[in-house]
Design a protein around this ligand. Structure first.
Ligand code: F6P
Length: 332
């Protein structure tokens, strides 16, 4: 077996569990006799020759150096969205750095933009690339789960539980905006888990007359408060805009809006995010060791699957119809 030098990095929106993914990759690589170096701030760090180093200047990510990373929020390798990497000159500079540093293979951890970057890089660099899905949005094809989704939903549900308390005290309706630029996954899971009354997601038509008659029915049945979850990417706008539009249709409740925003990207990763991110990091290294390239490692239930990078971002993964039906059945 030839020993490989693998570069790993986080890119795009950070996601709780990215550190667990790095740890899983490092420990698997070490056990197989390969070595891993961390590239700081994604493609930006690749262009700027910015490699992870410990306090004594050592750059190899050993099993010991990542020992406690599984439970840590934030991205220890940092993250960014690199404008320079979008240019051919930026990518050429990145290739030069990869060659100078004898990198044989890369593990990018990120979402749509990160994978698009990996595809562009593969056109000018002949090393192996095996990506890991890292985005709270859960919107990639080729996997039933993306790193950070579990924690983001947990955070949103906890927030809605708290908002429900104050909504009850004041007889109000709250519109709670969650992340998901192109996807309703976080909104739908949050709505189901928190027992929300209405949800607005980009995958379905947000129909104001229908929402208003649903709210009026609730009120007529004695409900004094209501919760609506809004995905930031809903086609009718975010929570603030949807609230304004609801008023034009004479909303029967007094309303307030809350935008959860980046709160959902922070915090200690849930056990599910830690376990599944570890699985994906290990899966990426196993795929590299098996000679694979141009693929993303994903999970289907608990099996590891590999999907060509181009397939994973051909569009944004649609929320399952079965969950939409379930939501319809429990919103009386
Ligand atoms: O892609 C993940 C995500 O968290 C989206 O849900 C959100 O729209 C976006 O990133 C926010 O990005 P930024 O951190 O650049 O504001």
């Amino acid at each position: 077996m030839t020993k490989k030098r693998i570069g790993i990095f986080c890119s795009g929106g950070d996601a709780p569990g990215m550190n667990a993914c790095v740890r899983g990759a490092v420990r698997t690589a070490t056990s197989l006799g390969h070595e891993v170096v961390g590239i700081m701030r994604g493609y930006e760090g690749m262009i700027n020759r910015s490699f992870w180093r410990d306090s004594s200047g050592e750059e190899i990510l050993t099993a010991f150096r990542v020992a406690s990373w599984a439970g840590h929020g934030s991205a220890h390798l940092r993250s960014s969205r690199s404008e320079e990497f979008r240019t051919p000159a930026g990518r050429q500079r990145a290739v030069q750095v990869l060659k100078e540093n004898q990198i044989d293979a890369l593990i990018p951890i990120g979402g749509n933009g990160t994978i698009a970057g990996a595809i562009a890089l593969s056109e000018v660099w002949d090393g192996q690339i095996v990506a890991c899905p890292g985005t709270i949005d859960n919107d990639l094809y080729g996997t039933d789960y993306t790193i950070g989704f579990s924690t983001a939903v947990q955070t949103a549900v906890e927030a809605v539980d708290r908002i429900r308390d104050t909504a009850s005290s004041h007889d109000r309706m709250f519109l709670v905006e969650v992340m998901g630029r192109h996807s309703g996954y976080i909104a739908l899971y949050t709505a189901l888990a928190s027992g929300a009354d209405v949800v607005a997601i980009p995958e379905t038509d947000t129909n104001f007359p229908e929402i208003i008659s649903h709210l009026k029915r609730l009120k007529a049945n004695g409900r004094m408060m209501a919760i609506m979850i809004v995905a930031e990417g809903d086609e009718k706008g975010g929570a603030v805009s949807i609230n304004q539009q609801l008023q034009e249709y004479e909303c029967p409740f007094k309303t307030r809006t809350v935008v959860l925003g980046h709160l959902q990207r922070g915090g200690v990763p849930t056990p599910e995010d830690r376990r599944r991110a570890t699985h994906l990091g290990a899966g990426a290294v196993n795929a590299i060791a098996a000679g694979k390239t141009g693929v993303m490692v994903g999970t289907a239930d608990d099996d590891t699957i590999l999907t060509p990078l181009t397939e994973t971002i051909k569009s944004h993964r649609h929320v399952p119809d079965s969950l939409l039906e379930l939501l319809g059945q429990v919103q009386l």
